[in-house]
Design a protein around this ligand. Structure first.
Ligand code: HEC
Length: 109
C-alpha cells in the first residue's frame, strides 16, 4: 500500500469503530434513528468509496471477510427499522466477530 492508501484504509477502520460504537449506544437507548445513522457510515457507502487502486492490492481472503462486514452494517440499517434490539445486537456481534477475525489474520504493511 502507498502511504496515502494506508492512511485512508486506517481512517476507514477508525470510522467503523465509531460506527459500531454508535450502533451499540443506539441499542442501549433503543434509539432506532441513531442506530441507522451510525451503521450507514460503514455500509455500502464505505465499500464503494474504497479506491480501485487499493482494492486491487487486497488479497481475496481479505475481501471475502471485508465485503460481508460492510453488508452486515447495511443489514443493521434495514433491521433497525423494525427488529427487536436483541436481534440488532446479534447482527452487531456478527460484525464484531468479523473485525476480530480479520485483525487476527492481516496487517496493513
Ligand atoms: C477484512 C479485514 C478487516 C476487517 C473486517 C476489519 N478490519 Fe480493522 N483493520 C484491519 C487491518 C489489516 C488493520 C491494520 C492492522 C495493522 O496493520 O496494525 C486494521 C486496523 C483497525 C483499526 C486501527 C486503525 C488505526 O488507526 O491504526 C481499527 C480501530 C479497526 N481496524 C477497527 C475495525 C472494526 C471496528 C471493524 C469491524 C466493524 C474492523 N476493523 C474490521 C482489517 C480489518
Amino acid at each position: 500500500m502507498t502511504t496515502s492508501e494506508r492512511a485512508q484504509f486506517l481512517s476507514e477502520m477508525r470510522q467503523m469503530l465509531i460506527s459500531i460504537q454508535g450502533v451499540m449506544q443506539g441499542i442501549a437507548t433503543e434509539d432506532r434513528t441513531a442506530i441507522i445513522e451510525a451503521a450507514r457510515y460503514s455500509g455500502n457507502r464505505m465499500a464503494r468509496a474504497t479506491p480501485q487502486s487499493l482494492r486491487d492490492k487486497l488479497p481475496m481472503e481479505f475481501k471475502q471477510l471485508g465485503a460481508p462486514t460492510h453488508m452486515l452494517f447495511e443489514e443493521i440499517v434495514i433491521r433497525a427499522e423494525t427488529d427487536d434490539m436483541a436481534d440488532i445486537a446479534e447482527v452487531a456481534a456478527q460484525a464484531l466477530a468479523n473485525c476480530a477475525a480479520c485483525h487476527a489474520q492481516f496487517r496493513a504493511d
